[in-house]
Ligand binder design. Structure first.
Ligand code: PHE
Length: 445
């Protein structure tokens, strides 16, 4: 069978790529992951390392992923393969695409369980149970396997349906309206927290670093969070790059996506921590942080029963626009190779993610460890987010920095500001791969 290259078509309109990439980047990583990690990892020192990773490692790798994706117009596995062959290198570079798909399956498995909890909270915040505290409410949500599995299934089905229809229809439009709404609502929550919460304490927690108790695992966690939040190192941004129109500027686009993503994470932190400190909640309480803190805010505020559900609807949609980008690389590959139709590919990979996700759902209750933590979730995050994503990113940086033909790169990066190009070149050759390697190595010794 003849393979159809450029099978995916381009997105029409300059903004569609920016919107889709932002849709991929902005999601649970910003609003659930960032505050909970900042809380468990001790606050500002983590935040600072995270910001550094975004600038020094994240944005340079985003530029690389987009350029590889766009020049080939294929799914990440074939995009890596073609770029390698066209540069006179081994087609084995496609392995980077394969590890990415593996990472994506693991990520989506737990992502779907957490996003399912978000959907559940649409209803919980609309009809709050006044007899129990918001911590007890979260406890009730996660202690029921059937409840978690039900919402996990709902979210996985939604993701599968959108991806099997093809991500390029609809998502642009969805993101254009709903993302700004989520942004405004977050700003509203920050203002609410400023007035009603312990804002100064929160600012100190987030921005006055105390380096005395950070260890090598703080670095690993902050770096993983940066990769996770920017959707890097596993093919999502590369897959979307395949749809980016030729005339669009890659460098400035990457900066926009990176800044928007970071802004949303910081806003989430500023909305959540003042409430945590005002209500004497525990900042290091883990994955329940956003649900517990925001629910108590919604329960107290006027119109909270309207604003709460609206917030969780928007958050669920933000999670959906991310989850489809996690599923896309694998589905695009299977469909492009003609192994399975797009629909069947989506069903197949979603089913895999759904089955693995059962582990995360049960890890909250039946298989919780002695401290009540979810060992399955932390191990999934460790393998996929903290190890595989940075590893994939490092390989992409090494490939683009040292192996890819520079003429091919220059074809994609329009050299309006030569200084940016030179800077990026330096970062992608040395700084990004060495930083990842250094953090990995320091973890081992
Ligand atoms: N960036 C997304 C978020 O912050 C998650 C994601 C990870 C998306 C990896 C794609 C790939 O929620």
């Amino acid at each position: 069978m003849q393979k159809i290259l450029k099978s995916q078509g381009t997105w029409i309109g300059k903004w569609t790529f920016v919107l889709a990439a932002t849709g991929s980047a902005v999601g649970l990583g910003n609003i659930w992951g960032f505050p909970y990690k900042a809380g468990t990892e001790g606050g500002a020192a983590f935040v600072l390392i995270y910001l550094l990773c975004i600038v020094v490692i994240g944005v340079p790798i985003m530029i690389s992923e987009i350029l590889i994706g766009r020049r080939s117009g294929n799914s990440p596995i074939n995009a890596m393969k073609r770029s390698a062959i066209d540069s006179g290198n081994s087609s084995m570079w496609q392995l980077v695409g394969w590890t990415g798909i593996f990472a994506g399956v693991l990520i989506l498995s737990f992502y779907s369980v957490i996003a399912g909890i978000c959907i559940n909270y649409i209803f919980i915040s609309a009809f709050p149970n006044e007899l129990i505290s918001s911590s007890e409410q979260f406890g009730a949500v996660i202690s029921s396997p059937s409840n978690l599995l039900f919402w996990h299934t709902v979210f996985m089905l939604l993701t599968m349906l959108i991806v099997s229809a093809g991500v390029k229809d609809g998502i642009g439009r969805m993101v254009k309206i709903l993302m700004p709404m989520l942004g405004f609502l977050l700003i509203f929550m920050v203002i609410y927290a400023m007035i009603n919460g312990a804002f100064v304490e929160a600012l100190a927690f987030l921005f006055a670093p105390d380096f005395s108790n950070i260890g090598t695992d703080t670095f690993l966690s902050a770096m993983g969070q940066a990769f996770f939040s920017l959707s890097l190192g596993m093919g999502s941004i590369m897959a979307y790059g395949a749809y980016m129109p030729k005339e669009q500027e890659i460098v400035s686009t990457s900066f926009s996506v990176g800044s928007l993503d970071t802004l949303i994470a910081i806003l989430a932190g500023l909305a959540i921590f003042p409430i945590i400190f005002a209500f004497n909640l525990e900042p290091g309480s883990g994955p329940g942080l956003v649900f517990v803190s925001l629910l108590s805010a919604f329960n107290q505020m006027e119109f909270g029963q309207l604003i709460g559900p609206l917030f969780f609807i928007l958050l669920s949609i933000a999670a959906l626009s991310s989850s489809i980008s996690i599923l896309e690389p694998g589905v695009a590959y299977l469909a492009e190779e003609g192994f399975l139709s797009r629909k069947k590919s989506a069903v197949f990979i979603s089913l895999l993610c759904w089955i693995i996700g059962i582990g995360t759902a049960l890890g909250f209750n039946i298989f919780a460890d002695n401290n009540g933590d979810n060992p399955f979730l932390s191990n999934m995050e460790l393998i996929s987010v903290q190890i595989l994503q940075p590893f994939g990113g490092m390989m992409i940086a090494i490939f683009v920095g040292w192996f890819m033909d520079e003429a091919l790169i220059k074809n994609e990066i329009t050299n309006k500001y030569p200084i940016f190009y030179k800077l990026w070149r330096f970062f992608i050759k040395f700084i990004a791969p060495l930083s990842v390697a250094f953090i990995f190595i320091s973890q081992l010794i």
